[in-house]
Design a protein around this ligand. Structure first.
Ligand SMILES: C[S@@+](CC[C@H](N)C(=O)[O-])C[C@H]1O[C@@H](n2cnc3c(N)ncnc32)[C@H](O)[C@@H]1O
Length: 274
């Protein structure tokens, strides 16, 4: 549900502690969103999303759904990588230390955290997100991670994951923009790897974990124009994550498919140079 540009989306907010009022700054430069204090709402206005500003982060709630930044999935993937189990995303993007990486569909920021860790401090990672709400929640969450708000854990690899991914979070530059608009501004062959993980055209299940991001994300399909721009800007490869056998792969020119027979998801690759 992306909002009509001319009509801002009204969101009610509640701050749990006065010291958190500065967090409202995250919404100041978003013309798409109008924030009003929840106390000013008339009773029965249940359709208005509620933003809770808490010491643990920003939480967006509506109709029983809750959207917030949670790096748990990235932590889990890090643990698997360190244990030697590998990671399909990393196999698809083939990043090395010092590479530049553009995540054209940031979403909840899981892949970009793994990518930022893989390219290290000497690399360059940019994440684009067109949904103002997802952009704000995730950008604030990444900044909080960097402020070292770690949960307590005695698990050694998890501790390492929190430390290293928090460091990786600090190197991520997030931008609230449409990826086609942004790609048009970039010079030819200026980014090693460009990655797309758009909202799936069709979802077979009504996964409750996916529902909140579906509600607030940009549902539009990838355009051929966007891939044309990515072909101009990418130096090494373009990667697309999609459902297995998705017609999007061939429609957008991804002929090499990295398959896994046990997974409902595959990665399409367009290799530009070695
Ligand atoms: C499936 S999610 C990405 C998940 C992400 N890879 C992760 O690890 O959390 C897709 C995201 O792309 C965003 N998106 C869709 N179209 C976009 C566009 N044209 N420009 C920028 N972001 C876009 C959606 O709003 C959504 O948040």
């Amino acid at each position: 549900m992306l909002n009509d540009e001319k009509k801002p989306l009204t969101i009610a907010y509640k701050i749990t502690d006065k010291s958190l009022a500065s967090k409202l700054k995250w919404f100041e430069h978003l013309p798409e969103i109008k924030l009003i204090p929840a106390d000013n709402l008339f009773k029965g206005n249940d359709n208005i999303p509620l933003l809770r500003i808490t010491k643990k982060g920003l939480f967006l709630e509506q109709n029983g759904q809750r959207l917030f930044f949670h790096p748990n999935m990235a932590i889990l993937r890090f643990v698997n990588i360190v244990r030697g189990d590998g990671d399909r995303f990393l196999r698809a993007v083939q990043l090395g230390k010092g590479d530049s990486f553009l995540d054209a569909t940031m979403g909840l920021g899981v892949d970009i955290l793994i990518a930022s860790w893989a390219v290290g401090a000497e690399g360059k990672v940019i994440a684009l997100e067109s949904s103002p709400l997802i952009y704000t929640l995730v950008t604030e969450g990444l900044e909080n991670m960097n402020n070292k708000v770690f949960p307590l854990t005695t698990h050694t690899i998890k501790k390492q994951a929190w430390r290293e991914l928090s460091e990786a979070a600090a190197y991520i530059k997030t931008i609230h923009t449409d990826h086609l608009d942004y790609l048009k501004t970039l010079p030819d062959s200026s980014i090693d790897v460009i990655y797309f993980d758009p909202m799936f055209r069709h979802t077979s299940t009504k996964s409750s974990a996916m529902q909140p991001i579906k509600t607030w994300s940009d549902p539009n399909p990838l355009k051929n124009d966007t891939i044309d721009q990515a072909l101009r800007v990418a130096k090494r490869r373009i990667v697309l994550k999609e459902r297995k056998n998705s017609p999007e792969f061939s429609k957008l020119g991804f002929e090499t498919i990295l398959e896994n027979k046990y997974s409902p998801i595959d990665f399409g690759i367009i290799q530009i140079s070695e």
